[in-house]
Ligand binder design. Structure first.
Ligand code: SF4
Ligand code: SF4
Length: 757
């Protein structure tokens, strides 16, 4: 179909009162020769209907609507196949600028110019549909409480599942538990774990293929096309022998946790009768008795030591959320089994979230359970037998001592994860140590091998990914992606951690988490089969196209992609695995050759928008400032500025970007060459509490921004002409200040000397 552009200018919401609409239409029809331009009373409801009627009647293929913010439209509001862009005349012009003002009009006209230039360059998006059929089955790694629940949830929804368990039977820690904490009202009685029934349900489900004594030898490919090789974990079959191979569409990592090492001063490992909470649980489950390991005598008194190492910054510095509940549970079953037994619980704080508070109260009622707020300072063998536990009672301020048969340490949780990036770095260092170009390089690489050698052989998933064989991990080893906004996500599309490998949680929480991960896996295979991106650009059908004839194999894109999308061939040429891609554009920002583009977002498109702005010459003494702003937080924040009717500097021209990481340095130099006096880059917060929707895009932009500023200096330009800011949506009130202060800086250093050259 021939291309035909149309422009609709909305006159509602005070737009007609604030702006010269005829002049705006002239920009479209005069300057840009747009064949169709009209006004509408509103651009929602009946106004939207009349726009769509106009699109159909005129046979428009590309449309610019000047009116309300793009964020107020939903998918399907405009006809399929028509490219539609929105000029935010209401939120970003008339709601934050004085009506009838010359600068307000220039702002509106420039915004219209930018979006007409944008649609001129945009091309229709065709979804990426691989030639091979997308496989919709799901691999679950880990056959404990979380893994079995995820498998059952996915199977019940109609998806085939491969459930892989390293040991020779299903159940994980759940199978080692004697009793479970109460999970239903009135939250007073201990419960059976239900593990046998769960295992039977899994094994009896025809949609679930159970693979015990197996590990994932390799997971190659991409969502919808993962090729899995299972290897023996050694129970009866030689370790590492290939057992099976199959294809799946998504992966759930439910590899669980292991107990943290207890604090050293509690005599664990020195005294046999000092055990961990997991040891006690297994002892009762397996032998049906609570005994002292030293002599096999029945234990009549137990001291439970909370935070047996956790919350200690030197040791294990976070709360594992279930240890208090476990000790309360174990104290209760000790008492239920023997009414003369005594349980002493020493705690700094007791955490029993939600309804578990009722269970805590139930345990407090028991006359044989003694809860003491205090710090255990010593555990020693008593002369008369048993163990002496010395504690400082922090409420009464005195030292106390009890003699007990057994000491149980509340050992925290450590995730069964691996640092995939470190494993990859170790592999790279090994190669460099052997094949480095100089003695110095080889020596440096050898040093790195030493530093990283603890990661040798630790891989769990064994992903055939350029960026490493496992999900990247965050603090404490948890492979979360975005703990503030999107806790179920990971940094590898189609691979979802669930349960205690994702964060410490109880059994109920693990089952909820498993259901969430199953849902994410199902979303992923379904959206991949339609050629659509998953979160956070859910439904986006665009994908990056690499013009590889001009690729210099610099590897920036493969290294900087936050999601490990790009593999490399032997020469270092990027190989796109499109169903892994989140469409963030970070590769586009990284590429010095500018050969990465989306049909609807490219270096060329944004360059055209920059060049579309009418920059006054130096004689007019009105600077022009460009703001490249992340559309995830910074642009919504700018809409909020308008909604709160806060005024901001009208000389700033704003271009939304998918992620600050997608900003290519060339845009800054082009803006300066086009006469802009300064460039602002505004993206999400980065660091440990990052809010960047694309994980490290914002941080990368800051690194690249520093390089840009250095380059400006080398060009004898003031580096103050480029400023970078982190902003979260709730900080919208900062935006007018950021714009205003930047304008002052520019005023101080003077106009861009390249203006008009
Ligand atoms: S950087 Fe973003 S757009 Fe590029 S390949 Fe990776 S996920 Fe896709
Ligand atoms: S950043 Fe560009 S030039 Fe470098 S490897 Fe990637 S595509 Fe090739």
């Amino acid at each position: 179909m021939d291309e035909k552009i149309g422009v609709f200018i909305c006159t509602g919401y005070g737009i007609a009162e604030a702006l010269d609409i005829d002049a705006l239409c002239k920009v479209a029809t005069g300057e840009y020769g747009v064949p169709f331009c009209t006004t509408v009373d509103s651009c929602e409801g009946p106004g939207l209907k009349s726009i769509n009627e106009g699109i159909a009647a005129e046979g428009l293929t590309k449309v610019v609507v000047g009116g309300i913010s793009a964020r107020l439209y939903a998918e399907g509001d405009f006809p399929e196949g028509v490219i539609v862009e929105h000029v935010p005349l209401r939120e970003q012009v008339v709601w934050c600028q004085p009506a009838g003002d010359e600068d307000t009009q220039m702002l509106a006209e420039d915004n219209l110019r930018m979006y007409i230039a944008k649609v001129q360059k945009m091309e229709p998006v065709e979804p990426f549909l691989p030639e091979e059929t997308i496989d919709k089955s799901i691999l679950v790694v880990g056959g404990g409480n979380t893994g079995m629940t995820a498998a059952l949830e996915a199977a019940k929804t109609g998806y085939d599942v491969h459930l892989v368990e390293k040991s020779d039977k299903l159940g994980g820690w759940l199978a080692k538990q004697y009793r479970s904490v109460p999970t239903k009202p009135p939250y007073r009685e201990l419960e059976e774990t239900g593990v046998d029934a769960m295992i039977a349900e899994v094994e009896g489900n025809p949609r679930i293929a159970v693979h015990t004594s197996a590990i994932t030898g390799e997971i190659a490919g991409a969502p919808g096309l993962f090729d899995v090789t299972l290897k023996s974990s050694g129970n009866g079959v030689p370790t590492g022998e290939v057992l099976d191979s199959f294809r799946v569409g998504a992966v759930i990592q439910a590899t669980g946790w292991r107990p943290a090492d207890p604090r050293e001063n509690l005599s664990y490992g020195d005294l046999e009768d000092v055990v961990r909470n997991v040891d006690l649980e297994e002892m009762v489950k397996e032998h049906g008795r609570i005994t002292r390991p030293s002599d096999g005598k029945e234990a009549k008194s137990i001291a439970f030591v909370q935070c047996g190492g956790c919350t200690d910054p030197e040791h294990h510095s976070y709360c594992s959320s279930i240890c208090c509940l476990t000790s309360l549970k174990q104290a209760l079953y000790l008492r239920e089994r023997d009414e003369d037994a005594k349980a002493y619980i020493f705690y700094e704080f007791i955490r029993t979230p939600g309804q578990y508070e009722l269970f805590y109260r139930r345990v407090q009622e028991d006359p044989g359970v003694f809860l003491t707020r205090g710090e255990v300072t010593d555990v020693a063998r008593a002369e008369g037998g048993g163990l002496d536990v010395t504690a400082r009672d922090t409420m009464a301020g005195e030292q106390i001592q009890v003699n007990v048969d057994l000491v149980v340490l509340a050992a925290g949780m450590v995730p069964n994860s691996a640092d995939g990036e470190a494993v990859r770095a170790l592999e790279d260092a090994k190669v460099a140590a052997e094949k480095g170009e100089s003695d110095v390089q080889r020596a440096q690489a050898a040093e790195k091998v030493e530093q990283l050698k603890q990661h040798e052989g630790t891989a769990i998933l064994n992903l055939a990914y350029r960026q490493g064989p496992d999900l990247p991990i965050l603090q404490y080893g948890y492979p979360d992606s975005h703990f503030i906004c999107f806790p179920y996500e990971s940094r590898r599309t189609g691979i979802y951690p669930a349960g205690c490998v994702r964060q410490p949680m109880d059994g109920v929480g693990s089952r909820e988490d498993a259901a969430g991960a199953a849902l994410k896996a199902i979303q992923c295979v379904e959206m991949s089969s339609r050629g659509e991106a998953v979160h956070p650009r859910a439904g986006d059908r665009s994908y990056p196209d690499f013009f590889l004839q001009k690729c210099t194999q610099c590897k920036r894109c493969t290294e900087e992609c936050p999601f490990g999308v790009l593999n490399e061939d032997v020469k270092g040429t990027p190989l796109l695995r499109a169903t892994r891609c989140r469409r963030c554009g970070v590769c586009m920002g990284a590429c010095p050759e500018r050969i990465v583009s989306f049909k609807d977002y490219s270096v060329d498109i944004v360059s055209a928008m920059i060049k579309a702005v009418e920059v006054p010459d130096e004689l007019e003494e009105k600077p022009r400032l460009l703001a490249l702003m992340c559309e995830n937080d910074a642009i919504p924040a700018l809409d909020l500025v308008g909604q709160h009717r806060l005024a901001y500097n009208p000389l700033v021209r704003v271009i939304p970007v998918r992620c600050l990481g997608s900003v290519n340095a060339v845009w800054v130099s082009e803006a300066i060459s086009a006469g802009f006096d300064g460039v602002l880059l505004i993206g999400c917060r980065y660091g440990d509490d990052y809010q960047c929707h694309f994980i490290k895009g914002s941080e990368l932009a800051f690194t690249r921004g520093e390089n840009i500023r250095e380059k400006l200096e080398k060009m004898a330009m003031e580096n103050e002409r480029v400023e970078l800011h982190q902003l979260q949506i709730s900080e919208y009130e900062r935006l007018p200040e950021i714009f205003g202060k930047f304008a002052e800086v520019i005023e101080e250093i003077g106009m861009n000397p390249f203006k008009g050259m």
